[in-house]
Design a protein around this ligand. Sequence first.
Ligand SMILES: [Zn+2]
Ligand SMILES: [Zn+2]
Length: 405
Amino acid sequence: MLTIMSDNIELTENDFTEDRYARLRLITWWEQERIRDATIMVVGAGAIGNELIKDLALLGVGRILVVDMDSIENSNLTRSVLFRAKDVGRFKAEVAAERAIEMNPDIKAKALTLNIIDDIGLGVFRRVSLVLGGLDNREARLAINQSCYKVNKPWIDGAIEVLNGFARVFTPPDGACYECTMTEIDWKLINKRKSCALLTNEQMAEGKIPTTPTSSAVIAGVQVQEMLKLLHSDRNLPTLAGKCYVFNGLTHDSYVVEYQRKPDCMSHDTYESISEMPWSVHSLTLAELVRDVKTDLGENAVVDFDRDFASDAVCSCGERKELFAPIHSLRAENILCHKCGATMNFERFHSLDGTEAFLDKTAGEIGVPPLHIVSGRVGTTSKHYEFSADEAEIFSDFNQGGQRQ
Ligand SMILES: [Zn+2]
Ligand SMILES: [Zn+2]
């Protein structure tokens, strides 16, 4: 005969009507409302991202933003609990967001099929509770790290390789950041990628790392546990802030290393105050942007961007063409001369003083992402301005915009 329950547990009617989160509420420091009110951005919907999103949905995280620009391939199916064979060819972010809502209809999830480095404005980072990374490259980690420090948001990085992995937590404005942890080898690899920038898509696909659904589950689990502790930061729980949890999947040894903050690190720039402007990147021209900043700061003010943009490409054969895109987003084919086949040179800029020839373009037309933050500068004094009219574009499907700094 099958024994369903032990003799000393008596089930009452209450046990069958308890709400979905009843067992979580039994945790002494747990406050389900905080988890419900959180807005979490998950960057990368691959092996780690699938596990992260699954956990967030189960836990009832109120709003999940999923950022990933790739499509699902057959080889993803061995490591992605949210994807099915019929999803192959669809965008990872969209499918992951759909499945999260299926798992838990209490939550909202939104897919942003965009590139984290070029397409996600700083105001998006500013409106989330924290960022979870499920990435496979250093350049994206560096970009997230700089954005999170600028708007003072914690981020939790995860990485896996075969059976191993690690998870680490960065909590601006203090402590070591991701850049502080980078070694000379990391920089060499990143610079190599940058110097032969303009890689073809085939070249970018190289260097894929073997991963498993087991190590991604371990590491994502640690990341989400760290997130839960950060959401209950007043409960004095120990966290991995400024530290790395290292998991060896061959021996199942694990240990924690502490990072040192580098005083000369370039990524610790935190914006002190941010002015919300009634600007949209889709309608504000660069001329209007320069005008508004000069009105606020004086005639000598310039507008600074936190990234380089390409303006014109010029070929030795005399051919010219407009690029107007972030340098990072350019590919080899973008600067190929259609007339003679040579590689064209291009002009770059990261600030505006009002004398530029292309001020009739909107901020969006040169590649400034929606809800981004730009700086006005006079001498060494800077002020920061947000394209706040773009908020609805990113957060419209959510009940509210989430907490701000
Ligand atoms: Zn640093
Ligand atoms: Zn040419």
